[in-house]
Design a protein around this ligand. Sequence first.
Ligand code: GAR
Length: 211
Amino acid sequence: KKRVGVLISGRGSNLHALIEASRHEPDYPAEIVLVASNNPDAPGLRKAADSGIPTLALDHRTFDSREAFDEALDRNLKKAELDILCNAGFMRLHTEAFVKSWWNRHLNIHPSLLPAFKGLHTHERVIEAGMTVSGCTVHAVRFEMDSGPIVDQAVVPVLNNDTPDTLAARVLDAEHLLYPHALKLVASGAVTVEDDQIIVNHSEQIESAPY
Ligand code: GAR
């Protein structure tokens, strides 16, 4: 099984979905071996600890610079001998050195159909733009925020009476199906992340997506 670390900043519902899949899906090709957060009060850290997974809290406010924080985070993650690193609601930008350090084995989930609607306040902007669909994306991490080769996406409708909160909840339900499936694709080798693209090796796994 591939050894996976998860970076979070808050609630950790995507982390929870990854833990559940890794523990309960038959033959799931990855295990979560470390959960790290820049926010010592992240509720997701408690969920991880309750599940018996080692946790690491590195409060970014106690570091002099973004570089110093990322170096310390990188050093600690390296000790865990991870194969894959997953950002799941990790709300800090990485330095270029950090991104290089995890190149092609670092995933992120974003609550929009990238490359549209990068950044914050996604759901407000989707509604404002009059979109009739939205969704979520799992992609490989690159230097630019919310960009990089796309592993997989799930689509949800935007309804007439949606508010940012009702749309966020519908997208989040899709995220909880998408992320475990996307991690399975990468960990099993069904897809390979290359520098500027995703290579599909076993398309039958992609066709069996639960969304
Ligand atoms: C999720 O909706 C995730 O897509 C988003 O933060 C939320 C975290 O929720 N991430 C981003 O916006 C990153 N650009 P969670 O802590 O319950 O998984």
